[in-house]
Design a protein around this ligand. Sequence first.
Ligand SMILES: [Zn+2]
Length: 508
Amino acid sequence: MNSVQPSAEAVAIKNDRIMKVGTNTEISSLIGKATEVINLQGKTVVPGLTDSHIHVGDFSKFLTWLNLNDADSIKAVQQEIKERVQKIPKGRWIIGSGWNHANFAEQRYLNFQDLDEVSQDNPVILYHQCGRVCVVNSKALESAGVTKATVSPSGGTIEKDPETGETTGILQENATDLVWTIIPEPSEEEIIESAGLACQKIVEAGLTSIHWIFTSATELTVIQKLQEENRLPIRVYLIAPANILDKLDASTIDSDNEMEKPLGIKVFVDGSLAARTAALNEPYVDDQTTTGQLLYSREELNTLVTRAHKGNLRLVIHAMGDKAISMALDAIEKALREVPRKDHRYRIEHASVLNYDLIRRIKELGVIVSVQPKCVISEFAVWSAVERLGSKRARLLYPLKTLINAGIRIIGGSDCPMEPLSPLQGIQAAVTRQYYPEEQITVDEALEMYTTNPAYSSFEDSTKGSIAEGKLADLTVLSDDPRSVPSNEIGDITVDLTLVGGKIVYQK
Ligand SMILES: [Zn+2]
């Protein structure tokens, strides 16, 4: 990713920096008594990868769930619960998902007795693979106040034994909320534990930096605590929810010093295409009654964006529909007119439904586009973007090649846990997309989305993003070269080693 020196044989690291990049002979001459030499046997080293869009809080929560996808019997499910009960304090909730009675040797649904046998003191809720049915134990029913006498809510069923009238522990559709909604938010200690699990997965995926989108004050406290105690193995760039603006005092916001607040501010202008809430100029083709939903009026958005801009916060604007993108660009343009700033590096998240006029404006305003390539595939494959938008609009849905040709910078992310974490799978998706394949990009362009471009977007391009002398020694070692394996196998490349600041944070 360094155009001056596109490839090299060896790298010398001193402290947390890259000292020299060159041939084996050149680098060998620097080996001293205390030097640790790692022979990579011809494997590929790329700059440490960055995920520019990840919800670590949700990902962490999800990692603490019991994964029951492979459970082939009720006994196996009970064993999983038993092991969990031994590890956690009494009273803490056990949440799981993925069971399917069709896979069970017993060929029947789980019931509350099955769960009670292994957990009397910990409430348990386990979602069926379909996601619309769950089973809970007596402790969970008790916590939710669900008894024999409780009437099923509308749109849902509390299953009851036809003979005794007792609840079976199975809740269907809206009845699942009776228990789901009373599960307490995790404590600070629980969040710290699960964030540790998430960081482990993140370094395993070859990531050395993440743009961590957090949602609550508790989550921020946890991140700061982990940072202070030096417990984060990766570099974190924080993106805060817009409502944090109200909590920061005016003096903090109005300071002129850019470097004081390396903080992204996430503003949601609209919803999603999947839910038909992305705000469009013209109605959805598969539901002519709606054009989606704007979360701000034009006035409100302008005020918010200008306020963040004047406060030197870095705008990260979620806008999926063409109408929302247009409003976001208007707001940025207006703020820049009031207080001109050349190097703002503001970004639009997703920027899904584009047209040539919007693309021209994005380029002119110097806005960065943040795309999650696995989501691009989902928009076409999980539901049909073509049916939803019509072929004219679908043609310019995430048009990565067109954006690059227009001179726009794109940054890549996962949107994990909605999509898999792996940046290599993201690169494969961007390189091999089958929907409007004219928008496929090259492996190098995809690598830029995960290296140089995100470093630029967070104003860290002088220290990160490429393997160059003087930069931080953040490196990812891959089993194979993504440029030489067949493009549909890039996602299968394994991460062998992850280094952050010259330290090994993951080794396969
Ligand atoms: Zn997201």
